[in-house]
Design a protein around this ligand. Structure first.
Ligand code: GTP
Ligand code: MG
Length: 228
């Protein structure tokens, strides 16, 4: 008898809390060159796990991260882990559809992966936008910051300029290996997405490549982060 009463109490609590809680499901893209650490960042973020072993992603993988954002809000991030080799494929238009945010990842030890960031960002902006035509919030991740860095990433002021020019919301140095800045970068992106939702801009559109111009659409970079 006592046991049955307790179950009723728990059920009541669950019902009340599910009425009160707002739930959001956001599709987030993770893109960038081969071997930059996209899968490793997601594995660290979702499963608190890191492996040195490299196994290239084929096509796309998925992961779900549930964030208890505040007492009233649960956020589910559907992370689309897109293979580096997909930039040369023609599936990205399908993968990008209805995304509301993105990470572009490069490897701080290989400056050619930074050189390719512009191509990834342009590809993204030509294939998906917010309802008002502006780019979806995108954060640049300078990954493997536990290693010696090569190129522009050594100059934070130039990185800030680059991000402003290219329409990135901000950038972070990250390490999937040492678990540096991944939570912070994600919180930053989610805040941007929530702001867009408040302003009613969340409906995303898939675009025809030939209709699009990237000129004059840069977001302001209001934060760069490095805790390395
Ligand atoms: P594709 O699926 O081919 O596009 O590659 P990816 O971007 O998913 O790269 P992945 O996460 O598979 O990592 C590639 C290699 O880099 C693996 O050997 C990882 O262990 C290593 N790696 C990833 N992140 C880090 C990091 O933060 N620091 C260090 N030192 N190594 C890392
Ligand atoms: Mg991968």
């Amino acid at each position: 008898m006592k046991f049955a009463l307790r179950i009723n109490t728990i059920n009541d609590q669950q019902t009340n809390s599910s009425i009160d809680k707002r739930e959001h499901l956001y599709k987030i893209l993770v893109i960038g060159e081969l071997g930059t650490g996209k899968t490793s960042i997601i594995k660290r973020y979702v499963h608190q796990f890191f492996s040195q072993h490299y196994r290239a992603t084929i096509g796309v993988d998925f992961a779900l991260k549930v964030l208890n954002w505040d007492n009233n809000t649960v956020i589910r991030l559907q992370l689309w882990d897109i293979a580096g080799q997909e930039r040369f494929g023609n599936m990205t238009r399908v993968y990008y559809k209805e995304a509301v945010g993105a990470f572009v990842v490069f490897d701080v030890t290989r400056s050619q992966t930074f050189d390719a960031v512009t191509k990834w960002k342009t590809d993204l902006d030509t294939k998906v936008t917010l309802a008002d035509g502006s780019p979806i919030p995108t954060v640049l991740l300078a990954n493997k910051c536990d290693q010696p860095k090569e190129g522009v990433v050594n100059n934070p002021a130039r990185m800030d300029d680059y991000c402003r020019e290219r329409g990135f919301s901000g950038w972070f140095e990250t390490s999937a290996k040492e678990n540096i800045n991944i939570d912070e970068a994600s919180r930053f992106l989610v805040n941007r997405i929530l702001n867009n939702e408040k302003q009613g801009m969340m409906m995303t559109e898939s675009l025809d490549a030939d209709k699009f111009s990237v000129d004059g659409k840069a977001n302001q970079v209001d934060k760069s982060g490095c805790l390395c």
